[in-house]
Write a protein of this length. Sequence first.
Length: 333
Amino acid sequence: MTPAREKKAGVIGGGAWGTALAQVCARAGLETTLWAREADVIRGVNLDHENTSFLPGVELDPSIRATGDFADLAASDLVLAVTPAQHLRASLTAFAPHARDGLRVLLCAKGIEQGSLKLMTEVLAETIPQAQAAVLSGPSFARDVAKGLPTAVTLACPDPGCAEDLAELIATPTFRPYFATDVIGAEAGGAVKNVLAIACGIVEGRGLGRSAHAALITRGFAELTRIAVALGGEAETVAGLCGLGDLVLTCSSPQSRNMSVGLAIGRGQTLQEALAGKLSVAEGVESAPAVRQLAAKLGVDMPICEATAAILAGEVGVDDAVRALLSRPLREE
């Protein structure tokens, strides 16, 4: 049973996904405060109930309050951390002085930190050690969620009671969290699928056909599973919404920021050209080198992610990377 006192939610990150999750919290009956860095986002949410920079055309719940002051989140019973993975440490460090002991922090960024090669739960443990970590991951486009279209996700927390409680807290008639305890599996699935979505976009943009697209998703899922298990996660977890489900979504629609970057590269654009003019972050671009390094560190074979990272780094062209993948020795599936 959800404790009656848990009525306040804070959301860190005023991008499309953070705004959509603020909408979820408000619909679930929580008093919701959205922290954003951009003054125009704060002003637009408070005055016009719209985030025209990151989620234009979606009317937001008028009860959502936006702020640029982390102190305004101090009374939160639940905080959703939704800043991009490579900026999460800085955001959590800034918020840390206002976090009470035992605060539940739901990590919604999908990635692996460059340099440290750490998962988001590890970043949280170093910045707000008194917090209780949970992870939200799964097939969910921000616009779909904000508009109230049916969505199912994984909510993972080591404490099964906490996972179930949080799921009940933020669930709405159209937003359905399935609770789990395998945090590592949920994080690994979310991080690696972004890299694979870029690869799928490249295949699509190069016109290599639906057969190649399907093969890449399938073999990419095998890579995702291998690294999740090597990190201590469970194969069963990534076979669910936070792995396979998220992979299918982000690898199958140009609405995916990561796939759209891959599409542009496959059509001949440079990475810089593919990213030009985009306000929203394509997490896979930043996670690709970290996934590559982590796989090497763990001794995990991830040829598709390796090739994608090499393409993004300008080390190899698309056609050469495809030829190299196809010329790998034949093996048992």
